[in-house]
Design a protein around this ligand. Structure first.
Ligand code: ADP
Ligand code: MG
Ligand code: ZN
Length: 621
């Protein structure tokens, strides 16, 4: 075992405890009597003579009066007070009176034999049990990360971090995030040819922070740098740091950097850094010591190596806003690279990368898939093609077709397919509900087009209406939000009108949640109500109950009442308009419901063709 202060402390603790109790149990009686330890002895008779001579000053009786230690002074004793041991006869009743009459200080001491032993055992037993169980506990918790027999060697557990000598990933494997890639190409050059930079006195950043939602390729990108530069890749995840015992995280960081220095040039990748790097001094329940120590160690290590030593620390997070500002200071993660959800071009590029090793029917157009999947991350797209391949294999086909890809998309968005209900009242109700969504969506100019309506349940949903998502999800107009609110209300409103108020179902729960949230955001975030252009709430005013706590209720109670009223007004207005649409198109709806119940799925174009036999569909924006 390696020497460390922690180990020393750990081992000395039980030793101190044991020593203390042994001291108490065994040595205490002896030490108490220490001043009575007499070297010389004296017979009983001589003792009596001494008493008579007045040379005895003090008598201490032990062992039920069988032994006495006396303090005496006399010419024979060199006129110094000396301690002498005397064995007394079994019964010497006259002795006490004799001593009394000479006014000798007399003391009797209780026996310390069995009782002392029992005390000793009692005193030792519980601390021993405590120590043993603690030791066991440490051992066990360490075994989950380290090997057996690692008891009490804190922070030396084995699975410290992952090392990949060669990641085997190159920049060509990463697609659709070109800006981030460019940023990193420079770093690769540095790792390969540091002299270019050092010659002109340039310092390459020590730390790069990758910020982006999950699945956008942050880990992949970090590995690609290592792969391109032919450098080893050390990785550890922030969530792994947050362990039970204080000190583990910090010592892991230390070990990680030690190894990295030995292997420079290399890449150190810290995933989920927000788990340790969260802003200190926030959050409910005060600071987390372990986290702070780990963070401090990380900061120390990053300051500890000079620039240009060939270690580049890359950290990934999906929320930079909650990171401790100390992490972002110059010399640490001073360079930040955003990795976003890919746009159409990016999705197409990513699909191309992942289609390479799959057998896809040449008629399948990847760009159509890319169009159908706004909001999908790189990981979602990789997963999509893999699901499609699995479906293909399951059907013993030898090529992936659009059919499998469509199914895979639906499965990723809405979960597994179930089987349709048999004809019943609730099937009719669900059909009306879905057709309601679809009709309202189709007849509103600002609503996305229907892609398909189905009664085949998927995940939690018992029926589904799919809309073709628009490409640009980032700028949404007021009338688009209102159209979405009406579209979401379409299901419930149709239930109301067709089946009556008392027959409406819980099936609209999700829809109503969305309606409320959209209306609320119109009022509190986007300034789309008569309260005016105020931002009253943040998108996510609750980053782990951390900093955002302060943002709650920044407005007065008066405003709160106004907000609620505005939300109600918006929803009511939308509800009324939706009722009008449903009532005015009742004939179409009944017809569509019959078709849906029979076919279970209506494709978007068929759906529009049927509606157009009765009414005009507005041109979509
Ligand atoms: P993150 O670390 O951002 O959560 P990952 O890098 O772990 O995401 O991505 C998971 C998987 O998704 C990758 O292994 C890869 O197969 C795929 N992927 C994600 N983004 C991309 C991309 N930009 N290009 C190619 N594949 C990607
Ligand atoms: Mg990752
Ligand atoms: Zn619904």
């Amino acid at each position: 075992m390696k020497f460390s202060w922690k180990n020393l402390l750990l081992w000395s603790l039980p030793i101190i405890v044991i020593t203390f109790f042994i001291w108490q149990g065994i040595f205490a009686p002896i030490t108490n009597d220490n001043n009575n330890v007499a070297n010389s002895r004296m017979t009983y008779g001589r003792f009596l003579e001494y008493v008579d001579m007045g040379w005895v000053k003090k008598v201490d009786l032990y062992e039920n009066g069988h032994t006495a230690i006396i303090e005496a002074i006399g010419p024979e004793l060199g006129n110094r007070i000396q301690k002498i041991r005397v064995e007394l006869p079994a019964s010497a009743p006259e002795l006490i009176t004799k001593l009394r009459s000479h006014k000798i200080d007399l003391n009797a001491h209780p026996t310390k034999n069995n009782i002392a032993l029992w005390n000793l055992i009692g005193n030792l037993f519980f601390p021993l049990i405590l120590i043993l169980s603690l030791a066991l506990l440490f051992r066990r918790s360490n075994n989950t990360t380290g090997g057996p027999g690692q008891a009490m060697s804190f922070g030396k557990s084995k699975a410290l971090f992952q090392i990949e000598a060669k990641t085997g990933i190159v920049f060509d494997d990463v697609a659709g995030i070109d800006e981030a890639k460019e940023e990193f190409e420079e770093i690769v050059t540095f790792l390969k040819k540091p002299e270019y930079f050092t010659a002109v006195g340039a310092k390459i950043p020590k730390g790069v922070l990758l910020i982006g939602p999950p699945g956008t390729g942050k880990t992949l990108l970090a590995k690609a740098i290592a792969g391109e530069a032919n450098a080893p890749f050390f990785s550890i995840s922030g969530s792994e740091f947050v362990e039970m015992f204080v000190g583990v995280g910090a010592s892991r960081v230390r070990d990680l950097f030690k190894k990295a220095k030995e292997n420079a040039p290399c890449i150190v990748f810290i995933d989920e850094i927000d788990a340790v790097g969260r802003q200190r001094g926030t959050g409910i329940g005060g600071g987390n010591d372990e986290r702070e120590q780990t963070l401090n160690q990380l900061l120390t290590e990053m300051d500890g190596f000079e620039g240009n030593t060939g270690i580049i620390v890359i950290a990934a997070t999906n929320r930079a806003d909650i990171l401790d500002s100390a992490l972002l200071r110059p010399g640490r993660f001073d360079r930040q690279v955003n990795v976003d959800i890919p746009d159409f071009k990016g999705r197409l590029a990513i699909l191309n990368v992942h289609a390479k090793n799959k057998k896809i029917n040449p008629k399948v157009s990847l760009s159509i898939i890319a169009r159908r999947t706004p909001g999908f991350s790189g990981a979602d797209l990789a997963n999509l093609l893999n699901e499609a391949a699995i479906l293909t294999a399951r059907q013993h086909k030898n090529e992936i077709t659009l059919h499998e890809i469509d199914k895979a998309i639906d499965r990723i968005i809405a979960g597994m397919e179930g089987t349709a209900l048999i004809d019943s009242k609730s099937k009719r109700l669900i059909a009306y509900h879905e057709i309601g969504h679809a009709v309202v969506g189709t007849l509103l100019k600002d609503h996305e087009s229907v892609q398909k309506v189905t009664l085949i349940p998927r995940g939690q949903a018992r029926g589904l209406t799919w809309f073709t998502p628009s490409e640009d999800q980032s700028l949404i107009s007021r009338s688009q939000i209102k159209a979405r609110i009406m579209g979401s209300l379409g299901g419930r409103v149709t239930e109301e009108i067709v089946f009556g108020d008392s027959e409406i179902t819980t099936g609209a729960g999700n829809d109503l949640q969305q309606v409320t949230s959209m209306a609320r955001q119109m009022v509190t975030r986007f300034g789309m109500s008569t309260i005016g252009p105020l931002s009253l709430e943040n998108e996510d005013s609750n980053p782990f109950l951390g900093r955002g706590m302060a943002n709650l209720n920044e407005y007065s109670d008066e405003i709160a009442i106004k907000i609620d009223k505005q939300i109600q007004e918006i929803v009511e207005e939308c509800h009324n308009k939706t009722v009008d649409i449903i009532k005015n198109n009742r004939v179409i709806i009944d017809k569509l419901v019959d078709i849906l119940i029979e076919q279970e799925t209506i494709d978007g174009q068929d759906f529009r063709n049927i509606i157009e036999q009765y009414t005009r569909i507005p041109q979509k924006n």
